[in-house]
Every structure is written in C-alpha cells, then in structure tokens.
Design a protein around this ligand. Structure first.
Ligand code: PLP
Length: 263
C-alpha cells in the first residue's frame, strides 16, 4: 500500500501593521523542501502581493493565494486570487459569500487545474490519467439532505465566483437559497436577526408552532426569520432590499400582524 504524507507548512510571522503575513520574512523561511508559498489574505484585506510575487520569482517557487476571507479585495487594481498560480475561495457557511458549503479555485494553469480536479474527484478527473492524490470530500450529504437547496446554492456559488474575480453579478432569484426544507420545515433567515444596539427594534411572535421575527433599524427592515411558513419570503426580501420605510406603523405596541399587512 502506498502511503501518502502531507508535509506541514512552515509558518511566517504576521506584520503588526497590516495584520497580514509579513512578506519580508518569507525568504528566510524557504528551505530546499519548499514547494509552494501560500499567503492568506486575512479578514478581507490583501497581503503584500508585490513582495510575495518578488520572493516567488526570485526563488522560482509558485504561490497560491488563500483568498477565502477576501473575495472582492484587490491588489493594485487586480482581484486577489488572480496574482499567482492559483487562488482559493471558500463558500462555506461563515464566509462573506456563501453557498452553504464548497469553494472554488481560480487558475490560468491547465496542469494545475487538472490536478485540482483530480484531487476533488477521488484521483481521477478531467486529465485522462490521474497524477496522484485524491480525496472524497465531495458534498453528497449536502446535496442529498438539503432538499431544494442545491440548485440555488450552485447559482449562488457561481455569483460568488464571478464577484471574486471582479465580474459584477448578483443573486437574482427569490431567496430559496436561505429557505431550508431539510427538517421538513420552511425557514427563511435573511439579514441581521438580533439587535446589536438599543435603537434596533425586534418584533417577534411565536404562534401555532410557527415563528416570525422582523428587525428594524431607523424604520427600515434589516432582517427577518420566518420559521414554519416562509411563503412571504419574496416580499420580505424585497422590503429589505428596497429599504421600504415602516416608520408609520412602528410604535412600541406594533405586532407582527401589522408588519405582515404592511409588507
Ligand atoms: C483563510 C481561510 N482559508 C481556508 C478556509 C477553509 O475553507 P473551507 O472550510 O471551505 O475548506 C477558511 C475557513 O474556514 C479560511 O478562513
């Protein structure tokens, strides 16, 4: 049996000013075993790609940008994820752009694209002969269990990928991507769901096994949860996106029913 090992990377310290990798310390961390540089653009901000590119060229080592936390960030006018051999994006649930799970790798390098494909499709993919390692980390559970969610998740993933490389694109459908039928209940969860400051007003109701909440800031709806009956999801989404003004009906006593009528 052939054993496969993944060698742990060597970490490079952070720069206290930018909170990104300190690119001036990368060269000192390179050894004869170094195959790849993997700068991470942390928290939406790009790492110093001038210095990283220069070190990569000088040492003839490719670099791949981990842009998972930084879609839409640009370095000298060019989106992150497009500067090196490849760029990685994550669409996992906590990311700025999410499709529930999944991710994308950008590259202009055909060989690298084939190897990524191989890795994702248990060692055999687009390239006729697999060159090596594979995984089975595919999203079968996600596809199978989240009934109704897969198609909009793919569509949202496409939007996320296009935005990541600077192509303006937005999710055009009703919001079924955030409507969950997996547990046999309809759920819409959109925008902010709990107040952060006292000026934000939460109007909520739990009745007959259903729950509805609407959060308002300065008279505008900024988030909602509809659990059990999400038939108003399109109207709620439209109210939030169009910044519909609810000031006239918002008082201390406003109840959920008034909100539903005003939608
Ligand atoms: C910078 C960074 N890279 C990679 C990942 C991993 O992404 P995923 O969970 O989609 O594999 C994350 C998030 O978990 C991240 O924040």
């Amino acid at each position: 049996m052939r054993e496969t090992y993944y060698r742990a990377g060597r970490f490079v310290d952070s720069d206290l000013e930018s909170m990104q990798i300190d690119a001036t310390k990368i060269a000192a961390a390179i050894t004869d075993n170094t195959k790849l540089l993997l700068p991470v653009h942390i928290a939406g901000t790009p790492a110093d790609l001038d210095t990283i590119g220069q070190v990569a060229r000088e040492h003839k080592i490719p670099f791949i940008e981990d842009a998972c936390q930084a879609p839409l960030a640009v370095w000298r006018g060019q989106p992150v994820g497009t500067h090196g051999l490849g760029g990685c994006f994550s669409f996992q649930a906590s990311k700025n752009l999410t499709a529930g799970e999944g991710g994308a790798v950008l590259t202009n390098d055909e060989d690298f694209a084939n190897r990524c494909y191989d890795f994702q499709t248990p060692g055999g993919g687009r390239a006729k002969a697999s060159k090596g390692r594979g995984s089975n980390f595919r999203m079968t559970e996600f596809q199978g269990r989240c009934y109704g969610l897969w198609a909009p998740a793919r569509s949202q993933g496409t939007v996320a990928g296009q935005n990541a490389v600077g192509i303006p694109s937005s999710f055009q459908d009703d919001p079924p991507s955030t409507k969950l039928k997996a547990l046999g209940v309809d759920l819409l969860s959109i925008g902010q769901f709990s107040p952060n400051v006292p000026e934000e007003t939460l109007i909520a109701e739990s009745k007959d096994g259903e729950y509805r909440s609407f959060l308002f800031r300065e008279g505008k709806m900024v988030g909602s949860i509809l659990l059990g009956d999400a038939s108003l999801s399109a109207k709620v989404k439209a109210a939030i996106e169009s910044k519909k003004d609810f000031t006239a009906i918002l008082t201390e006593e406003t109840e959920v029913q008034s909100i539903l009528r005003a939608l």
